[in-house]
Design a protein around this ligand. Structure first.
Ligand SMILES: [Zn+2]
Length: 143
């Protein structure tokens, strides 16, 4: 059984959710019972949620840093979502670099889309530019 992590939009609780239920849109918050929102298995997160999830996750966390004005990001988004459906050994997050500017500069993100993988709360790998779902999946560390 694989799992992912998500922060409830309603009560801000950090949830560990079953991947298959999340994919079917059936994952609910353990605290308030509201649905947890995913695109495929991708969660859109704020800086605070991002920090909570990379700290808590016991599996690698792969993050797509993007912006709405970025053409390649729009092409990349669906591939990233596809990768999340294929690979349940990682938590897939999206961070909007327009709204989360401080985090983006803290991480030294210059070009987007930028994909960063975190393991044990630390950055372990970074790739710039758009990739196919297959390439994204190949970046996930296997234990
Ligand atoms: Zn909740």
């Amino acid at each position: 059984m694989s799992h992912t992590f998500s922060v409830c939009k309603n009560c801000q609780s950090l949830n560990k959710a079953d991947s298959d239920r999340a994919l079917k849109g059936e994952a609910v918050c353990g605290k308030c019972g509201k649905s947890l929102s995913f695109h495929g298995l991708v969660s859109e997160v704020s800086t605070e949620d991002f920090r909570r999830i990379i700290k808590k996750s016991d599996i690698p966390v792969i993050v797509d840093f993007w912006a709405s004005w970025c053409g390649p990001c729009k092409m990349y988004g669906p591939e990233f979502e596809k990768a999340s459906r294929m690979d349940k050994n990682a938590v897939f997050l999206k961070v909007n670099t327009e709204t989360e500017q401080l985090l983006s500069s803290e991480l030294g993100i210059r070009g987007i889309p930028c994909t960063i993988i975190f393991s044990g709360g630390k950055e372990v790998r970074r790739e710039s530019g758009a990739m196919s779902a297959q390439q994204i999946s190949s970046l996930v560390p296997r234990s």
